[in-house]
Ligand binder design. Structure first.
Ligand SMILES: [Zn+2]
Ligand SMILES: [Zn+2]
Length: 304
């Protein structure tokens, strides 16, 4: 019997943090290996996820600076031949970090889709950044926990939930932190009740965030840094992971110990170029695998 149960589909468009791997200005051993095509250190583009109820129409969570190439590599999101009809319904934005929103400017032609963020995120981008105002006609808002119909058939619902985070560096002088500043997104397949959670910025796993992850069947979690002091190891005096708004994977305050116990399938994504887990042969990657957690790669497709 063919499996006819409806399925939520997800495709990882980009699995690195801002800058990608290799990062354009970085000659560290890991970036050198990725640039050379070393199969143990796959190149990763900047962070974004695509979701679909049927494999024909899609929505995105965040739009990275690499979105043009990410869509070029994904035939399901190509325009229909002879038309400018692109099967893209909604782009949900979790926070105003540049690696999550620059792609909206890349997708500016005609705006045949909707953008949805919290009011705080929309306001900080549109009020202080004139170039983003050209997106205003397409930009709707949803408060935290307000349902967002992702697709026209109403099969997938998204809700933004608050996650401990930080105001991006570019906005730090413009706006104070706010509950709406950093969100994760829960996508629910209303046909089956199955849930996917995508949270690329988790400064700390507070009880609310942990409850969202525990209730999900598929989790993509913040894997920016493996070690809390990863940046300081390269550049003495650099801020630690928590100060950057990303709890590390390892260590006493790390996320791996919590993600290892979740009931759903779990992947780290949004890996910074400094994260040793980029190297499949590293002890860091092995520790993640031993905990039963995956490491997302670009183009990874999953069904739920
Ligand atoms: Zn990011
Ligand atoms: Zn590097």
């Amino acid at each position: 019997m063919p499996d006819l149960a409806p399925k939520l589909r997800a495709r990882v468009l980009g699995s690195a943090a801002g800058g990608g791997l290799p990062q354009w200005n970085c000659g560290c051993p890991q970036c050198v290996r990725a640039r050379a095509g070393d199969p143990d250190v796959p190149a990763r583009t900047q962070p974004s996820l695509a979701v679909s109820a049927d494999g024909t129409r899609w929505s995105l969570v965040n739009a990275s600076p690499d979105v043009r190439d990410q869509l070029a590599r994904f035939p399901a999101l190509h325009p229909r031949p002879g038309t400018r009809d692109v099967p893209l319904d909604t782009v949900v934005v979790t926070n105003p970090d540049l690696d999550h929103v620059i792609g909206l400017l890349v997708l500016r032609e005609a705006l045949p889709y909707r953008i949805v963020s919290t009011p705080w995120v929309r306001d900080v981008l549109l009020q202080h950044n004139a170039v983003f105002r050209l997106l205003e006609p397409a930009w709707g808002v949803a408060k935290l926990d307000q349902p967002i119909a992702l697709d026209r058939a109403g099969q997938l619902e998204a809700r933004l939930f608050p996650v401990p985070g930080k105001v991006p560096t570019w906005a730090a002088k413009l706006a104070a932190n706010h509950a709406e500043a950093t969100a994760g997104v829960r996508v629910t397949d209303l046909r089956t009740g199955r849930r996917l959670v995508y949270a690329p910025g988790i400064k700390a796993l507070d009880p609310g965030t942990l409850a969202e992850l525990e209730a999900a069947d598929l989790v993509f979690a913040d894997g920016t840094f493996f070690h809390a002091d990863e940046l300081a190891r390269l550049r003495p005096g650099a801020p630690d992971a928590h100060e950057m708004g990303h709890a590390p994977i390892a260590g006493a305050r790390g996320t791996l110990q919590h993600l290892a116990g979740l009931r759903g399938r779990v992947f780290y994504t949004h890996l910074n170029n400094t994260n040793p887990a980029h190297d499949a042969g590293s002890e860091a990657a092995a520790a993640i695998r031993r905990a039963g957690v995956g490491i997302a790669t670009d183009g990874l497709e999953l069904e739920l």
